[in-house]
Ligand binder design. Structure first.
Ligand code: SF4
Length: 492
């Protein structure tokens, strides 16, 4: 990894329908529908709304045969309407559905945690993809690693990388290079370390597959935007990433401008900063430089040194300054930002997150006089929390929802936040489906998970404690559950 300046990683070119990613192509933005895929009319309308928002790639879930078969009608209708948007099928469990989807879509995403490397399943899918010019994504999720990987390497970045490498080696052996790879997690530190390790593992084995970046279960509103910007921005600053998806528990077309803002933000990263002590840095582990409390700027004391970044590559500028410092004082990173509160939040999170994820910075100072002190303080606290440096609010692990979601998750998340956001130090999972939800929110303290049409199951840790509650009653049951476990505080 280059510490002194920005260099975009060299990756191979992959064709996804009419969109080319990797190589010297621009970083492509994508999103995913949350309509029922079997509902062709609704799904086509949403694909087109996402395309109109500016995404050249749209993914749809295909959990069963009906959904897999509906994809052909969706692709046909979208083309008939004049859209060349690349269509991707998301397959979690059933290899036969991947095969059905590959007959109509431009790319198929499989999760190696739910797919076997033995028995020729992957080879058969590769052959099918090769024949029709369909690309493949090997999409690893931190929350759904295969049992043999967890037994060997644990639920770790190294395990995530090994999970991808097993599949990538088969692709190389089969001489199939139309492959993209991802390593998603809702934990930004795990995610960033996993992607960096993946890049290193691929380089070691002479692979240059392009990379899809994303933070899973980022939530909604300013928190969801900042969390995505921290994880994706840290890697874009490393020069890693050929296509990105910002996952928000909101209408999918809202994801596109946020993702595009991130891509644009990394267009110009000129500047070179000498690093005198590269041995003080490790991209693969969290190494806190000091043990000082992590601060937002209003909490600064005289013990902290403020380091400004004024160049076009603030991440490298701060990193070099901190690594070169021959003092042990804690450091607060500061930069001036223009624009709306949303723009400031996204850009500052994208620039500053990496310094916090790597343990180098001890605080942040977002300098934006056009924004109220209260909003700025909140943006700083959310950046610190999204970077896992300091937890001051309830953390929500909320999936973006997809065709598997059978209840109103956007409303549910808003209602849950309104009642529980004052609970410090708790993690609450709000997930669309019972199939993937419990695995993906594995480290949440409480879980609110879709169990069927308008039905919710509640979790305490990994254990399901109440099943199939009507959605209208589920929030009160969740609060009662939190109270009965002694984790409730009355709002101030
Ligand atoms: S957890 Fe959410 S995004 Fe993931 S499959 Fe279930 S509903 Fe879809």
């Amino acid at each position: 990894m280059e510490l002194t300046k920005y260099i975009r990683r060299k990756s191979g070119e992959v064709r996804i329908g009419e969109t080319l990613i990797g190589g010297s192509h621009p970083i492509a933005v994508q999103s995913m529908t949350n309509t029922a895929t079997a509902d062709v009319e609704q799904s086509v309308a949403q694909v087109e709304r996402i395309a109109d928002a500016g995404a050249p790639i749209v993914r749809l879930t295909a959990q069963g045969k009906r959904e897999g078969e509906a994809l052909a009608d969706i692709v046909a209708k979208v083309r008939e309407d004049g859209y060349s948007t690349a269509i991707v099928a998301d397959i979690h469990f059933v290899p036969e559905i991947a095969s059905i989807a590959a007959d109509s879509v431009d790319k198929v995403r499989i999760n190696p945690g739910n797919y076997r490397t033995s028995g020729g399943e992957l080879e058969a899918l590769i052959e099918k993809c090769r024949k029709r010019g369909v690309a493949l994504r090997i999409g690893v999720n931190h929350g759904s690693l295969a049992r043999h990987i967890v037994d060997k390497l644990g639920d770790t970045p190294a395990g995530m990388v090994e999970s991808a490498m097993e599949f990538l080696r088969i692709c190389v052996r089969e001489e199939f290079f139309q492959v993209v790879v991802s390593m998603k997690s809702s934990n930004t530190r795990v995610m960033v370390h996993a992607y960096r390790l993946l890049v290193e593992a691929m380089e070691r084995e002479g692979m240059a597959f392009p990379i899809h970046l994303g933070v899973t279960e980022a939530g909604n509103g300013i928190e969801g935007r900042i969390k995505s910007a921290v994880g994706i921005g840290a890697l874009l600053a490393d020069g890693v990433g050929d296509t990105i998806r910002v996952s928000l528990t909101e209408a999918p077309e809202n994801e596109v401008p946020v993702a595009q803002m991130l891509v644009d933000h990394f267009q110009h990263r000129e500047g070179e900063f000498e690093v005198l002590h590269p041995e003080r840095y490790s991209p693969y582990e969290y190494r806190r430089r000091t043990s000082a409390p992590i601060v937002a700027h209003s909490e600064l004391t005289d013990d902290y040194v403020v380091v400004d970044a004024t160049s076009e590559n603030p991440t490298a500028e701060w990193r070099a300054a901190i690594l070169n410092a021959d003092h042990a004082q804690p450091v607060v990173i500061r930069r001036k930002y223009e624009g709306s509160a949303e723009e400031v939040a996204i850009k500052a999170a994208a620039d500053m997150g990496q310094l916090l994820l790597d343990g180098l910075a001890d605080g942040v100072w977002v300098d934006a006089p056009q924004i109220s002190e209260k909003d700025l303080h909140n943006i700083e606290l959310v950046i610190l929390q999204a970077s896992r440096a300091r937890f001051s609010q309830t953390e929500y692990i909320a999936c973006p929802s997809c065709g598997r979601t059978l209840y109103n998750i956007e409303q549910a998340l808003a209602d849950i936040k309104a009642r529980t956001s004052h609970l410090k130090g708790l993690k609450i999972g709000v997930m669309g489906c019972i199939v993937n939800g419990p695995g993906e929110m594995a480290d949440a303290d409480y879980g609110y998970v879709g169990a069927g049409a308008g039905r919710i199951s509640l979790y305490k840790g990994k254990e399901c404690v109440e099943r199939n509650i009507p959605q209208e009653e589920a929030l009160e049951h969740l609060i009662a559950l939190i109270k009965s476990n002694g984790d409730w505080q009355e709002p101030a």
